[in-house]
Design a protein around this ligand. Structure first.
Ligand code: DUC
Ligand code: ZN
Ligand code: ZN
Length: 460
C-alpha cells in the first residue's frame, strides 16, 4: 500500500504509553504504527519531536448570544482557526437555548453559523435555560437520541440559572437518555447578595468581580450539584473548578464512587484575583467566572491535575474584545463590574501553557498531558476512540510538538477575533509546530494553507 502520509521518527505519546514509531495514514485514518512502513505520498520527519493526539478542547464558547449589545469576539472561522494554531483538532462549543426558544431552533441557528466555516472538527453541547415540560418530555430526549449527549446547566446568572427543582428535572431527562450533565457551579444568591453589598459601598471596579464570587459560593454549589446528581443517579461534570476546597468536595464524591468528572482551566493555574486589580479598566481583561483566586489555590489546582481529581483541562475560551463597546467596555459597565461580560480568550494558549508549565517544568508527564488535553475529553463526551488517541482506526488527528521551541505569548501572533490575551508576555517552552486533521496538514511552520470548511461536525 502507498500511504497518504507517514509521520516518521517521532516520539509518540498517548495517555497510556510513550514509544518510538512511525505513523501511517490513509484516507484520513491511522492505518499503521511501526517502522519501515513503505512508500507514502508524503513523509514528515518528526525526529526530536513528540507526536501527540490533536488537542480536544471540550469547553469553548463561539458566537454565543451574550445579552443585549454584547458580541462574542469569535465566530466559527476565527475560533477554530485559533484552536487549530494552538494544537487542537476538535473543539466542543456550547449551543445556548435562549429563554423562550426551543432547543431545535437554537441548534438549527448554531449549525448554520458553523456550516462551512470550521478549521477543526466540532461537536456541540447543549445549554438548557428554559426546561419547560415540552423540552424535558419531548425535545431533549429526542436530541439526546440524536447524539447531543452533554447538557450544561447554570446555577448562576439571572438569565440562565436553573433552580434545584429544574436541575433535578433536567438531570432526570439526561439520565433517561444516557447523557452527561455539565454544571456551572456557583451560588447565585450569594453572588447577588455580595454584589449588592459591593455596589452599596462603592466597590464597583473590576476587582469586585473576584471578591463577590468567593470560594464558598463555588464550593457550596459544587457540593449541591453533585448531591443532586447522586440523587438522580446521573454522571456529572463539574466545569471550570478554581480552588482547593471545591477540589476536596469533588475528591470526596469520587472516593464514594460517584461518577463525577472534573475540569480546570489555564486561568486557575496562571492568573490570580490581583490581575483584576490592575489600574483603570485593565482588570476587566481577566473577568471570568469563577474568578481566578490566589497562589495557594493555583497550587491546589496543580495538585488536582497531578493526583487525578481533575480529568479535563479545557480553555473555557469565552472571548470578548477589550477595547470594544460590544465587549468588555460595554456602555454602563464602568458603573459596576456587574455589567462586564464574563469570559476570557484561551483556546490557542491552553496547550502551550500546560505543555510548558506542566510537562517541561516536570509537574506532569507527557502521558498525563495527553489524557488531560485530549483522551479524557473524547472518553467523557463520546468521541473515543475515533478521537483522542493514536491507534489503528482512529482519525489521523495529530499535533507534532517541538519541545525545544521557545516562544513569548503575544496577542499579535494569535489568530482569534479578540484584541488581547490574558497571558501577554508569558514565556513558554514547547510548541505544536505541525497540526494534522484527518490526515491533512493544517498548520506547518506557523502557516496554514488549509481551506476553511475542512472541519466537520462530529455526531456522537
Ligand atoms: N461560564 C463559562 O462556562 N464560560 C464563560 C462564562 C461562564 O460563566
Ligand atoms: Zn460556566
Ligand atoms: Zn464556559
Amino acid at each position: 500500500m502507498t500511504y497518504d502520509l507517514i509521520i516518521a521518527g517521532g516520539t509518540v505519546a498517548t495517555a497510556a504509553d510513550t514509544f518510538s514509531c512511525d505513523i501511517g495514514v490513509k484516507d484520513g485514518r491511522i492505518v499503521a504504527l511501526g517502522h519501515d512502513l513503505g512508500p507514502a505520498s508524503r513523509v514528515i520527519d518528526a525526529t526530536g519531536h513528540f507526536v501527540l493526539p490533536g488537542g480536544i478542547d471540550s469547553h469553548v464558547h463561539i458566537a454565543q448570544p451574550s445579552g443585549p449589545g454584547v458580541t462574542m469576539a469569535d465566530d466559527f472561522a476565527s475560533g477554530t482557526k485559533s484552536a487549530m494554531f494552538g494544537g487542537n483538532t476538535t473543539i466542543m462549543p456550547f449551543c445556548l437555548q435562549e429563554k423562550g426558544q426551543t432547543l431545535r431552533a437554537a441548534l438549527e441557528a448554531y449549525h448554520a453559523k458553523a456550516e462551512g466555516q470550521c478549521l477543526t472538527d466540532i461537536s456541540f453541547h447543549l445549554i438548557v435555560t428554559d426546561p419547560t415540560p415540552a423540552l424535558l418530555g419531548q425535545e431533549l430526549p429526542a436530541l439526546i437520541a440524536d447524539g447531543y449527549k452533554s447538557i450544561k446547566v447554570f446555577m448562576t446568572y439571572e438569565a440562565m440559572r436553573l433552580n434545584d427543582a429544574q436541575i433535578l428535572a433536567t438531570m432526570d431527562a439526561a439520565r433517561q437518555g444516557g447523557a452527561v450533565v455539565m454544571v456551572h457551579a456557583e451560588n447565585e444568591d450569594v453572588i447577588r447578595y455580595l454584589t449588592d453589598q459591593h455596589e452599596r459601598t462603592g466597590r464597583t471596579a473590576p476587582q469586585g468581580h473576584a471578591s463577590s464570587r468567593p470560594v464558598a459560593a463555588e464550593r457550596e454549589a459544587t457540593h449541591r450539584a453533585m448531591s443532586l446528581a447522586e440523587v438522580v443517579d446521573v454522571p456529572v461534570v463539574i466545569v471550570h473548578v478554581s480552588n482547593g476546597a471545591t477540589i476536596d468536595e469533588i475528591a470526596r464524591a469520587k472516593r464514594r464512587g460517584q461518577p463525577v468528572t472534573a475540569e480546570t482551566c489555564p486561568q486557575y493555574l496562571m492568573l490570580t484575583a490581583d490581575d483584576l486589580d490592575s489600574t483603570g479598566w485593565e482588570g476587566a481583561k481577566f473577568v471570568c467566572s469563577p474568578p481566578p483566586r490566589d497562589r495557594a489555590e493555583q497550587d491546589a489546582c496543580w495538585k488536582g491535575l497531578q493526583t487525578g481529581v481533575f480529568d479535563l483541562f479545557s480553555s473555557d475560551h469565552c472571548p470578548f474584545r477589550f477595547d470594544d463597546t460590544e465587549g468588555k467596555k460595554k456602555p454602563g459597565g464602568e458603573s459596576s463590574f456587574r455589567h462586564i461580560p464574563n469570559g476570557i480568550p484561551g483556546v490557542e494558549t491552553r496547550l502551550p501553557i500546560l505543555f510548558s508549565e506542566g510537562v517541561m517544568k516536570g509537574r506532569i508527564d507527557i502521558n498525563r498531558f495527553v489524557a488531560l488535553t485530549a483522551t479524557n475529553h473524547a472518553k467523557t463526551y463520546g468521541l473515543y476512540p475515533r478521537k483522542g488517541t493514536i491507534a489503528i482506526g482512529s482519525d489521523a488527528d495529530l499535533a507534532i510538538w517541538d519541545p525545544e521551541t521557545h516562544r513569548t505569548i503575544r496577542h499579535a501572533a494569535m489568530h482569534d477575533g479578540c484584541d488581547y490575551t490574558p497571558y501577554e508576555g508569558l514565556e513558554v517552552k514547547g510548541w505544536p509546530v505541525t497540526v494534522i486533521l484527518r490526515g491533512q496538514v493544517m498548520v506547518e511552520n506557523d502557516h496554514s494553507t488549509a481551506e476553511v470548511g475542512r472541519g466537520r461536525y462530529i455526531a456522537r
